[in-house]
Design a protein around this ligand. Structure first.
Ligand SMILES: *Cc1c(COP(=O)(O)O)cnc(C)c1O
Length: 376
């Protein structure tokens, strides 16, 4: 039995008629950028995230741009320090670096593998402007404590919610708890476009007006720029139309993925395979994007041997992510000191196949192959 990591065409075939219609109507409209489909989606997505009268959503071209736009709108610029984590996707860090700001790496908690709020304080300097936690794999960072430290020191909180669309913290949608939330609609994410897409959530009208200008060359009125730091980052009409169709199904897909993850976790715990599962804070309701586990110290073989074994069984296992950011050539200059938990995480983590369509039989095959491989 072959179990590929992810098959994105499943979502398309499930909604083919609606998606085809949405794309055709957008094509026929003759209006492809910043039109009513982008506006509609922004309105629908905002209504999904928060109550009426609360907050704003600005569509943009990617999750990376969502981070860049949020950082810029937060007033962050060259030399400013942003506290984040190193066990994340590259774009978290490149977004910070691309505006000349400096990523400062915070240790992760041993059990949740997310930003450890107890490690933030010693990293704060006179240059620190923001804290940027990442809701890795769809799990949610300790937002209450992160918010408390940030508030005490006058720092902005920018949530990298690229992997956790639909998750909640203390009943609130992830991405709406801090000052800004940066969403990605990269095809494999919980809400995936059929190309690139992203969005920023913000709380204040002032930030909203800034974001709207920043994503469109920095202009407020046509041909009359108000902000020099503007970029070109719009959510195009075809992607917006597709996202409006898919948004209606995301909760259903997220719920089903939650059941798949539950099943994985139960089976893996029962077999006593030498694996570590990601812990979840009491206030968090994850919306799983990835099913990641860590090989424990007692595992009989190395991670690459394990992945090879699974591959020989037709099961695709990937690594998210193998190297801490501070160990990558691009970010060498930001290295301050080794972070032991971060390093241990990056050296031992693997991701199993996950999709809302995954059958119990496939999950069982993945788990039994895992046990067979690790419990020899
Ligand atoms: C996917 C992702 C991004 C970037 O999103 P793009 O839409 O690919 O630009 C940023 N941060 C994290 C944690 C991600 O997983």
């Amino acid at each position: 039995m072959k179990v590929p990591f992810l098959d994105l065409s499943v979502q398309y075939y499930e909604l083919q008629k609606d998606i085809d219609t949405a794309m055709r109507e957008a094509s026929e409209s003759g209006w492809y950028i910043l039109g009513k489909r982008c506006e509609n989606f922004e309105r629908e997505f905002k209504a999904y995230l928060v109550r009426e009268q609360e907050g704003y959503v600005v569509g943009c071209n990617s999750g990376t741009d969502a981070l860049v736009l949020a950082l810029r709108a937060a007033g962050i610029g060259p030399g400013d320090e942003v506290i984040t984590v190193a066990n994340t996707a590259i774009p978290t860090i490149t977004a910070i670096c691309s505006i000349g700001a400096v990523p400062v790496f915070c240790e992760i908690a041993e059990d949740t593998w997310l930003m450890d709020p107890d490690h933030i304080l010693p990293l704060i300097s006179s240059k620190t402007k923001a804290v940027l936690p990442v809701h890795l794999y769809g799990n949610v960072a300790q937002m209450t404590e992160i918010g408390r430290v940030a508030k005490e020191h006058g720092l902005k909180v920018i949530e990298d919610v690229a992997q956790a669309c639909g998750a909640r913290w203390d009943g609130h949608q992830a991405g709406t708890v801090g000052d800004f939330g940066a969403f990605s609609f990269y095809p494999s994410k919980n809400l995936g476009a059929m190309g690139d897409g992203g969005a920023v959530f913000c709380r204040s009208q002032k930030d909203y007006e800034t974001l709207v200008m920043l994503r469109n060359y920095g202009q407020k009125d046509r041909y009359n720029a108000s902000l020099a730091m503007g970029i070109n980052s719009r959510l195009d009409e075809i992607q917006a139309a597709v996202l409006s169709v898919k948004l209606k199904y995301m909760d259903k897909w997220n719920k089903r993925k939650g059941e798949v993850v539950e099943k994985y976790r139960n089976l893996l715990q029962r077999t006593r395979a030498p694996l570590l599962l990601q812990e979840i804070y009491d206030a968090a309701e994850p919306a799983w994007h990835l099913m990641a586990v860590r090989l424990a110290a007692g595992a009989g073989l190395s991670r690459s041997e394990f992945i090879e074994f699974m591959d020989s069984r037709g099961i695709q296992v990937l690594i998210h992510y193998p190297y801490p950011a501070y160990r990558q050539a691009a970010f060498k200059e930001y290295f301050r000191s080794e972070l032991p938990e971060t390093r241990a995480h990056c050296e031992s983590v693997v991701s199993f196949p996950l999709g809302h369509y995954l059958k119990d039989e496939a999950i069982e095959v993945v788990c039994s192959s895992t046990t067979e491989s690790l419990c020899r």
